[in-house]
Design a binder for this molecule. Structure first.
Ligand SMILES: Cc1cc2nc3c(=O)[nH]c(=O)nc-3n(C[C@H](O)[C@H](O)[C@H](O)COP(=O)(O)O)c2cc1C
Length: 357
């Protein structure tokens, strides 16, 4: 076997293992007729994974990005906010849209509406622990009612001609980790891929994600499995892929303000080496473009508010970041926001002092 020179620091045995791993990394995951570009998926995050953010992550190396969840009831009512969430103009394929709800018939209808609006994959959310969602017996609350899970999956799969995927947690609580049973139900009802967040519903976001249950799920079904939870570095992504045998990993919070994490992971897994951190010039250019896309996608009023959230993530850990954020959050216009970004990066790059007061 020809070995890449990047592995020259490893023993021969380690090199063979690494090469095998690299080959399996290149075996790409399929969802129905769609073959993903790589094994990295952007996690759906309400209020974050809008079209501009999804596209930014795709451009910087993600193989797929799942949209924010869209409630089946609100979709059927067609509010402006919901319709914007279901807008995919110009988005890189495959376009996956998440829906959430508890009524099988309405979930089928919501899936069909999204298919008609350009979704190429429907993802069902049974992972969200939010009270607003759980009290209505949807999101992760559904994991307690396996019969209802089966009826929802069947109704949704039957309502559309595109593939349907499912996102779950490992179970309701640590003593009820029924993820493997739900996975079997999913497979039996025509679900084409399953994403698993390695926490139970009762864990919310506390503690560390665990991957043993994800490995058990991977071994108990034949549909592709996507591992999710606390993946925040290239090494962690590789470790989780190896430990679980999952077909892909899904990354949420670690992409906030760092959409280039996807290319970093791809590079690390392919070469065993780290990419250097992006230069300030590149970060400035990514952020400026991201904000322009937000202003265009929303209107200026909403775009300016959405920009505050993203800028707070991009500027985390940068010199004078706190002072800059206080200033930036008080700006009311797109033009002034862009000027502030220019001044902030000018200060970081050239040591000039901007007046953020
Ligand atoms: C702000 C925020 C919003 C989220 N919204 C959703 C959602 O709409 N649907 C969903 O299935 N999961 C949602 N999640 C959960 C994420 O998809 C993911 O499972 C979780 O953050 C763990 O992955 P991470 O450690 O990579 O962030 C959300 C998470 C965050 C932080």
């Amino acid at each position: 076997m020809k070995l890449s020179k990047n592995y020259s620091h490893l023993t021969l045995n380690q090199q063979v293992i690494e090469q095998r791993y690299k080959l399996s990394y290149n075996t790409l995951m399929k969802i129905g007729k769609h073959t993903l570009d790589n094994k990295l998926i952007v996690a759906p995050m309400a209020g974050v994974t809008d079209r501009p953010f999804r596209q930014m992550c795709r451009d910087l190396g993600a193989g797929m990005a799942v949209s924010e969840m869209v409630g089946s009831t609100s979709l059927l009512r067609g509010s402006a906010k919901t319709l914007r969430r279901a807008n995919h103009d110009g988005e890189t394929t495959p376009r996956s849209v998440q829906i959430v709800g508890f009524d099988p018939k309405m979930m089928g209808e919501a899936a069909k509406i999204n298919e008609d609006m350009g979704a190429e994959i429907i993802d069902i959310n049974m992972g969200c622990p939010a009270k607003k969602v759980c009290n209505m017996l949807s999101g992760s609350a559904l994991l307690r009612d396996e019969d209802l899970v089966a009826r929802i999956l069947k109704a949704t799969v039957n309502a559309v001609s595109i593939p349907v995927t499912l996102k779950i947690r490992t179970g309701w609580c640590p003593t009820s980790r029924n993820g493997p049973t739900i996975a079997k139900i999913a497979e039996d009802n025509g679900i084409k891929a399953l994403a698993v967040h390695g926490r139970t519903r009762s864990c919310f976001f506390k503690g560390d994600a665990e991957y043993e249950t994800i490995a058990t799920i991977k071994n108990s079904v034949n549909i592709p499995i996507i591992a999710n939870g606390d993946i925040n570095t290239p090494e962690k992504a590789k470790e989780v892929l190896e430990q679980t045998g999952a077909d892909a990993v899904m990354i949420g919070r670690a992409a906030q303000g760092r959409p280039w994490i996807f290319r970093e992971i791809n590079h690390y897994i392919q070469t065993g080496e780290y990419l250097p951190e992006p230069k300030l010039d590149e970060i400035e250019s990514i952020l400026t473009q991201h904000l322009e896309n937000l202003y265009k996608f929303y209107d200026e009023y909403i775009g300016v508010r959405m920009a505050r959230k993203h800028v707070s993530w991009y500027s985390k850990g940068q010199r004078n970041g706190g002072k800059f954020r206080d200033y930036f959050n008080r700006i009311e216009s797109a033009a002034e926001q862009q000027t502030a970004i220019k001044d902030f990066f000018g200060e970081l790059k050239h040591g000039s002092i901007a007046n953020f007061s």
